[in-house]
Design a protein around this ligand. Structure first.
Ligand SMILES: *Cc1c(COP(=O)(O)O)cnc(C)c1O
Length: 840
């Protein structure tokens, strides 16, 4: 039945839409690609067709494609230097790039010819793409946002450089052992990475520790920082390929090295091991990514990582500027914009001040004016545990000169601006100070960012409003134009065209093929939302994607699920505020209803999770364990006749997201209102035709506005209702005592029903929701969530209504193109001009 409808749609000969959608010609022939791949297989991989492993085929293909990438990079760099372009420098501790081959092929319009070239060589492109390790140099949403933004910047021909850390180990690999998360190191470049280029000629020296001396040149005091250690920062460049003839920008990632390979004096004195130890210590800096999402690690190494990459990046920005302009700083703010992705790179502000003051002898007022013109800051969270603070003591030890500069920035700010606005108000000064007083004095990085930037943006409308009203209201009063909003977005190249080729092909048949650049054109699909044939074709795509995911689930977990069930997906970091445990409690309730009443009528449902927990976050790991244990029990219970399945896929990451998202019917976006700044997973899923079940939080609000609330399942407390509940004194026991089902499922966790022979293993979860005070209002939202899930079930039975809503979701997600986000940054903050590359 399903295949018939597909054949019908595809068999349709050239429609007017198809003529308009005529594909851009590939910049190379199949034969050319075939020759290049073989050439690299033999010439750079040192093997040959009959002998090559899949890994060697993947490398040879990457090298072949890289020839086109590098040609684009050279042209782009020549163009930028020819026109002396203004550029944005995007500073981020994380870039969650995922795999690059498929994306580069799609963006270069080389995917089809490469697939055919490989086929002619007896290779399957899908298998080869699986050979590439993910570049997981990030935790979750923040790092993935940076990656989507780089794609958009290149696609929009905007001059931009991404700056970050070349972590030797990205985010840990997650395994499950008896249901518990185990972390293994991720050695993504153990065998080299074909995309990156080392640029030793652009290495930088980064100083740490030591002391500051005041010397006098005449009457003028001058500060000299005598560093205790110097580290070498070596850049690795990853080319970022824009879509369809767009520019090729770079992501520059810094690796730490010992300044000299050996300390020869120590070595010659017989201290071989000591010399090695120094080297090992220096190289520790870029060794590992901190696996915390939304919590501040507060560790010395973390501060050093932050300073290391900021110092190297700022020095690189200044070097590039001086190459063209020497000592004339007047053009600096016209040519340089620096975006701070969260407070992690905040130290770049005092670092640029230090360079201008101490190295280039600029006076304070001029240096500060330059800084404020170039920096802008993106706030990503209101969660207090995520707001970075460093002890003054640590700063004194690691960055003594920067602490002096921060004190001076603070002094000027408090005695001029704050004093003028709130004369004599010492409480206000304390409140807005960069330094928090207390038994341990702290440096507040958020305050430093706001004071040092000309613009501060939140990442979704509701979040930006809360930044103004709750997080930084006084800064907002001081600078009414500083705080703004830029709603996040995702690149439709990776998150639709590349990851969901079936849907992309269907869309190509109905609207202009340039929708990956002009995503608002998806609106054209809305006219087809009631068309039975189109509905059938759309749902056939969904079903085929579900069949693929069924196989992947079987391969990864050995669990059998049916593609006829509703695929209900929650993928994101494991965190209490994201409330995977609310989802789990509802699963328990459904299971209990099925056991109580074998005729309880539900549409078969597969609940699918993907989530990593920070290794030190005990409750998050307990929730993973609970999901796995509940899954084991439910999936093996023959009484419920397969109506319910629970799957937790291991090692959630970009490449796994790319397989799950196209197969989702339902998108779980159930955070406590006011806690999720934006979310971007919500956008990826809706774009691929999943219906959102969600709270009015973050970008869910804007998604519901675009798609219409009738095409989503909105439930739960609003931001204001959560505030009111907190003000009135929330007690989870009110719900536990008065809702029989809530009581039953929570008490179930105390038994050994899910952990035979080990009662109490899941009690910690129950305790967090009762004695722990349920800080994320899980019980308060349970009933409303359960009701919304019943609406999901009812709607799915009406296949036309469901298909219509799914289509409307895809059709209305144009706003969430990261190209739109970047254009907002350009209009409101960066003021950049596009420079399409000249071809050399
Ligand atoms: C998009 C994405 C995220 C962010 O998901 P949210 O639901 O917005 O938290 C995290 N991890 C990966 C791998 C992603 O692709």
């Amino acid at each position: 039945m399903t295949t018939k409808a597909t054949t019908k749609t595809t068999a349709k000969k050239s429609s007017p839409a198809k003529t308009r959608a005529a594909k851009r010609k590939a910049p190379a022939t199949t034969k050319a690609l075939q020759d290049k791949i073989v050439q690299h297989l033999r010439g750079t991989q040192g093997t040959y067709e009959e002998k090559a492993t899949p890994q060697a085929w993947w490398r040879a293909t990457a090298c072949a494609v890289n020839e086109y990438v590098m040609a684009g990079l050279t042209d782009t760099q020549k163009t930028h230097s020819r026109y002396d372009t203004r550029a944005v420098n995007y500073l981020s501790m994380e870039f969650l790039m995922g795999r690059l081959l498929s994306n580069n092929l799609h963006n270069l319009q080389l995917f089809d010819v490469t697939r055919d070239a490989l086929a002619a060589l007896g290779q399957n492109i899908d298998d080869l793409l699986e050979e590439e390790p993910d570049m997981a140099l990030g935790n979750g949403g923040l790092g993935r946002l940076a990656a989507c933004f780089l794609d958009s910047l290149a696609s929009l021909n905007l001059p931009a450089v991404g700056y970050g850390i070349h972590y030797e180990h990205g985010l840990f690999e997650q395994h499950f052992r008896n249901g518990r998360q185990i972390e293994r190191p991720d050695a993504w470049r153990e065998y080299g990475n074909p995309w990156e280029v080392c640029r030793p000629e652009s290495a930088q020296a980064v100083k740490l520790y030591g002391y500051v001396e005041t010397v006098y040149e005449g009457a003028k005091p001058k500060k000299v920082w005598h560093a205790g250690r110097t580290i070498k920062a070596v850049p690795w460049d990853i080319p970022i390929v824009g879509y369809d003839g767009g520019n090729v920008n770079i992501l520059r990632l810094w690796e730490s090295r010992a300044t000299d390979f050996f300390d020869w004096d120590v070595f010659n004195a017989g201290g071989y091991v000591d010399a090695q130890a120094e080297q090992a210590q220096a190289e520790t800096i870029s060794k590992v990514l901190y696996p915390n999402d939304e919590t501040d690690a507060g560790k010395e190494l973390r501060l050093i990582q932050q300073y290391f990459f900021c110092a190297a990046s700022v020095a690189d920005i200044v070097r590039r500027y001086r190459r063209a302009h020497g000592d004339d700083w007047s053009q600096f703010p016209k040519l340089v914009a620096i975006q701070l992705n969260d407070t992690h790179p905040a130290i770049a502000v005092p670092e640029l001040m230090r360079l201008l003051l101490d190295e280039y002898n600029m006076v304070w007022a001029d240096a500060w004016s330059l800084c404020q013109q170039v920096f802008s800051y993106t706030n990503h969270t209101l969660l207090p545990e995520a707001l970075e603070k460093w002890t003054v003591r640590l700063f004194e030890k690691v960055l003594p000169r920067h602490l002096e500069i921060i004190y001076e920035i603070n002094h000027q700010f408090l005695t001029t601006l704050v004093e003028a606005k709130w004369p004599g108000d010492d409480a206000m000064k304390q409140h807005l100070s960069i330094i928090e007083e207390g038994h341990e004095r702290m440096v507040r990085m958020g305050n430093l960012c706001v004071i040092g930037s000309h613009k501060v943006n939140g990442v979704a409308q509701v979040h930006s409003d809360l930044v103004k009203t709750d997080l930084f209201p006084e800064f907002h009063a001081l600078w009414p134009d500083k705080l703004t909003n830029v709603t996040n977005g995702i690149t439709p190249r990776r998150w639709l065209k590349a990851c969901n080729p079936r849907l992309a092909t269907l869309i190509d048949k109905h609207i202009d093929a340039d929708w990956p650049l002009h995503l608002n054109k998806l609106q054209g699909l809305a006219a087809k939302a009631d068309d039975t044939k189109f509905q059938q074709a759309f749902m056939d795509v969904k079903r085929a994607n579900k069949v693929d995911l069924v196989a992947e689930i079987k391969r990864l977990t050995d669990i059998d699920v049916s593609p006829d069930a509703i695929f209900d997906i929650q993928i994101k970091r494991l965190h209490e505020y994201k409330r995977q445990h609310l989802n789990l409690l509802h699963i328990l309730a459904l299971y209990r209803r099925l056991l109580d009443n074998p005729n309880y009528d539900i549409v078969p449902r597969v609940f699918i999770f993907g989530a990593k927990a920070a290794p030190g976050y005990k409750l998050a790991k307990d929730i993973i364990y609970a999901i796995n244990k509940v899954a084991e029990r439910i999936n093996n219970d023959t009484r419920i006749d397969g109506k319910l399945k629970v799957v937790m896929l291991p090692n959630y990451r970009v490449s796994l997201a790319e397989k799950m998202i196209p197969a989702a019917d339902v998108s779980e976006q159930i955070s406590t209102a006011g806690k999720e700044a934006s979310g971007t997973g919500n956008m990826k899923l809706a774009l691929n035709g999943a219906l959102t079940i969600g709270t009015l939080d973050g970008a869910n609000i804007e998604i519901a506005e675009e798609a219409g609330e009738e095409n989503c399942f909105i439930f739960g407390l609003t931001v204001d209702e959560v505030k009111a509940l907190n003000a009135n004194g929330y007690s989870p026991y009110d719900y536990y005592d008065h809702d029989e089902e809530i009581k039953a499922v929570l008490d179930w966790l105390d038994s050994d029903f899910f952990t035979p022979g080990h009662p109490g293993e899941l009690s910690g979860l129950k305790n967090s929701l009762l004695a722990g005070g349920d800080p994320y209002k899980v019980l308060a939202d349970f009933r409303s969530y359960s009701d919304a899930q019943q609406r999901v079930d009812a709607k799915y039975r009406d296949s036309k209504a469901w298909a219509r809503s799914a289509i409307i979701n895809t059709a209305t997600m144009g706003k969430f193109n990261s190209d739109r986000s970047i254009q907002d940054y350009v209009d409101r903050i960066w003021h950049l001009k596009p420079y399409p590359r000249d071809n050399s």
